[in-house]
Design a protein around this ligand. Structure first.
Ligand code: CO
Ligand code: CO
Length: 319
């Protein structure tokens, strides 16, 4: 679809839609570039304010994945007039505003239209030093792969829709999805990470394979080392999985060499579409201590899930 559009050849467009990166980057001057992105989606939780917080954390994430700092944001709202009271929209906007404020950025405005299904998200503009952009294209052979949030919120959000998730489970996924990737982003910058992307709709394997292709390497991921959200395993065993998981698996498994002895259910979670997932970061092994130190000091967590190897036939090897 995008290939039918004219190519972007302007030298100020440092990163554009051609490379499947997280956000566009536009050079202003030698020291400053703008990072621009937008995202919006239908409600993932029942609480309006939490939905706003999650949507905002998700929209800000693409700026963080590039090593940028969010500056300003605009709300995008599709609202079912007459079906929901306007106070619901207010609560969603308050939740979004709370997260944008936490990010140190400002909501300057927005636009709403009437629509049958509620949708919310933000367009975000951030800033990055053009010499310090962390794209998905810099992963080097020998780097370790680190993930900053567990996977499985897609499966658990499906359980919630089916009324099969406990209040504790709802609280866990809400907090995970509403957590900004700010700490992870600052930690990767201070540790000199080579590449990063956020794990969202294409699942861990999908986003990892984009990083592998952009970096011309293969990523080896140790399935037993990938952290899972509490309850995700049980939910997928009960057949609670979003349609997107199987679409991801159908599409991306062609780029995967499987050597893993992990069971099929656990492997399926590697394709689980995430909302506001963590960062997948490639960094030199020697920088791992600096990364962990910086992340822990900011209250974040991380897991080493694999390493970068020379390019093979397939983009991903699951072990
Ligand atoms: Co992204
Ligand atoms: Co995005």
């Amino acid at each position: 679809m995008l290939s039918k559009l004219p190519p972007i050849v302007d030298p100020r467009a440092l990163i554009s839609s051609g490379t499947a990166d997280d956000a566009g980057v536009y050079l202003l001057n030698d020291d400053t570039a703008l990072v621009v992105t937008l995202d919006f989606f239908t409600p993932v939780v029942n609480d309006a304010r939490d939905y706003g917080r999650i949507a905002a954390a998700n929209s800000l994430s693409d700026v963080y994945a590039m090593g940028g700092t969010p500056l300003v944001a605009l709300n995008i709202v599709c609202f079912p007039d007459g079906e929901l009271p306007l106070s619901v929209m207010t609560d969603v906007l308050l939740g979004g505003n709370e997260k944008v404020t936490e990010a140190g950025a400002l909501v300057l405005g927005g636009h709403s239209v009437s629509d049958r299904e509620f949708k919310f998200g933000l367009a975000v503009v951030g800033m990055v030093n053009p010499k310090r952009i962390v794209s998905n294209a810099g992963a080097g052979v020998g780097d370790v792969l680190v993930l900053t949030k567990p996977v499985g919120v897609g499966v658990l959000a499906t359980a919630l829709k089916e009324d099969e998730l406990s209040p504790e489970g709802v609280a866990i996924i809400t907090e995970l999805m509403a957590t900004l990737n700010r700490a992870a982003s600052e930690a990767m910058l201070s540790a000199g990470a080579h590449a990063a992307t956020d794990v969202t709709g294409f699942g861990l394997v999908g986003h990892a394979s984009e990083m592998a292709d952009a970096s011309a390497v293969t990523l080896e991921i140790a399935v037993p080392d990938v952290p899972l959200v509490e309850g995700a395993r049980q939910a997928i065993e009960k057949g609670l999985a979003p349609g997107g998981l199987f679409l991801n698996q159908h599409y991306y498994s062609a780029f995967v060499e499987s050597r893993t002895r992990a069971d099929g259910r656990t492997v399926e979670l590697m394709y689980d579409p995430q909302t506001s997932g963590g960062l997948l970061v490639a960094l030199p092994e020697g920088s791992l201590g600096a990364f962990d130190g910086a992340l822990n000091a900011r209250g974040g967590e991380s897991w080493v899930i694999g390493r970068v190897v020379e390019r093979r036939d397939r983009a991903i090897v699951l072990t």
